[in-house]
Structures are given as C-alpha cells and as structure tokens.
Design a protein around this ligand. Structure first.
Ligand SMILES: [Zn+2]
Length: 295
C-alpha cells in the first residue's frame, strides 16, 4: 500500500496584507520531517538536507492552484548528490535524497552545505499539457538564499525565504520551520524595506521564542504592524503515489529480456519506492505472468 501520514500538528498558514501588496506563508514540518527520516532511515546530514528540501517544496506548492503540483530537484556538490521533492496544492509532499559519502563533499570557501549546482522547479498545471520548468544555479549553497534568487529570476517577485532545521544528537528533528514573505505587484519601496527588516529580525530571534512557536505566530511577527488576513491553513501530509500496479508497469517496461533473466534466477524480485521506501515483492510466478503479458 502507498504510504500516507497526515500530520495533526504540522501545517502551512498563508496570509496577505490588507493592502494586498505583501503575502507570506509559514510552515511547521517537524513531525513530517521525522516520518521521512524514519521511512528513509536517513543519516543526520541527509535528514537535514531532506527536511530543508521538503520545506522548500512545500513553500513552492503552497502557491499552486488546486490540481497543480511541483517537483523540486536540487543537484549540488555538498551534503547530497540530489534531493527530489514532489508537493502539491493540497499540502501533500514526498521526497528523498541521494546521499554522498562525506569524503566526496566539495565546498568552496563561504559556500553553504548544499554546495554549488542546479536548482530546478517543474510546475505541472492541470490545464496545460506542457509543464513549466524554471532553473537557477545553486550559487551560495544555502537553500533559502538560492530560493530567493529563484523567485526573483523566474517569477520576478521580490522575496525573502527562511528555512530552519535543527536535529538533536540522535539525528531526531527537533525544529523544522520555513517561511516566505513576498512583495506583490504594487508593492512600494517601503514595503520591500519592511520585508527585509522583518526577515533580519526573525532570523536573529531565538527558536524557542513565542514568535517562532507556530506558523500563525511567525506570520504575525513577519507582518508586524501591517494588518493581514489568513487566507488558508492546511495540515501537511506525507503521501506517496506509488502502487503495486505502477511498480508492475515499471517492471514490464524493463523489457522482456530483463524479465526473462529475472525469471531464470527463480528468486523473488523486490522493488523499493525511492519516495516512501515501501517494498514491493514479486514472486517468480508473478514475474512470469508479467513476462507473458508483455511478450
Ligand atoms: Zn512510494
């Protein structure tokens, strides 16, 4: 069965200023992050990388319309080869990282843990056949900074992004929070200055301070004196779309020669889902059936 875990505590909260010129989203993802860590049996470095990428994916998908989804793909020279996250407008997310051995990590001076590389976002709109792809180079190795550049470059929106992930000595995520605050068309210089000031303030505030205790409090702090309304509050779900049928189709696509080889070995064939670590087992009889149906 495909994996699904709906969090009763993690959520995203979105708001807009009453002037309509500033919007923001704040996300708490500690529980979801630990579910992913357990499913993937992730190392401490991979846990932080996956959690950061998951929050980034959710920030991106929080501005998707109903039915839209995004795929975030980060390739870097830092703590992992690649991080892949799928997220949609319903706050459903799944993801994984491809680990890199510690002795293969290459970071230039002043470069953050992701290293240098490429950050791509594939946006699939339900009413358009062609997905939209936006890519920016990973320049600073710090995901919040490189995402800020992504919004400026691909969507011409002045933004500020914050992502904070803390793990304890056992690798358990104890804090996972993210936010995005954006100046919409019509925003003044004053609005942009205000955003910069608020971001600087929240980033120096303690993680256990009241303003960081929930997404709503983060928004109240970020928006400060600006009146705003909450647009949406949604609980997060770690949800995979894999299924036995899909894995069977993928097996069939490996070709009849490959399937015949598997059959000759006369052993169970196991396939693990990258996104949720679910294991699908196919007996030799089942492999034989797939082979028969596809030859
Ligand atoms: Zn899966």
């Amino acid at each position: 069965m495909p994996f699904e875990f709906k969090s009763s505590v993690d959520k995203w909260v979105k708001c807009i200023s009453s002037t309509g010129t500033i919007r923001a989203v704040a996300i708490s993802a500690t529980e979801i992050a630990n579910q992913m860590r357990l499913r993937h049996e992730a190392s401490p470095a991979s846990t932080v990388a996956l959690t950061e990428a998951t929050i980034a994916g959710l920030i991106l998908s929080s501005y998707c319309k109903t039915g839209e989804k995004i795929n975030l793909n980060i390739k870097g020279s830092g703590w992992c080869h690649q991080a892949i996250v799928d997220a949609n407008a319903d706050a459903e997310v799944r993801g994984y990282v491809i680990e890199r051995p510690q002795d293969d990590v290459h970071l230039g001076s002043g470069i953050g843990p992701w290293g240098i590389g490429l950050l791509s976002v594939l946006r699939t709109k339900f009413d358009e056949a062609q997905p939209y792809i936006g890519s920016v180079p990973l320049l600073t190795g710090r995901l919040p900074k490189d995402l800020t550049f992504y919004w400026l470059q691909s969507e011409q929106v002045q933004s500020a992004v914050g992502i904070e992930v803390v793990i304890d000595q056992k690798g358990v995520v104890t804090f996972a929070q993210g936010f995005l605050i954006q100046a919409l068309p019509g925003a003044s210089e004053t609005d942009i200055k205000f955003i910069e000031t608020q971001i600087a303030k929240i980033q120096t505030s303690d993680l256990d301070s009241p303003q960081r205790s929930s997404p709503t409090n983060v928004l109240a702090y970020l928006m400060d004196q600006h009146p705003f309304s909450i647009l949406e509050e949604k609980n997060l779900t770690y949800k995979c779309t894999c299924s036995r049928e899909r894995v069977e189709r993928a097996l069939a696509l490996t070709g009849t020669a490959e399937l015949a080889d598997m059959l000759r070995e006369n052993k169970d064939v196991t396939v693990d889902c990258d996104f949720c670590s679910e294991t699908y087992v196919f007996s030799p009889a089942m492999v034989g059936k797939i082979l028969k149906e596809n030859s």
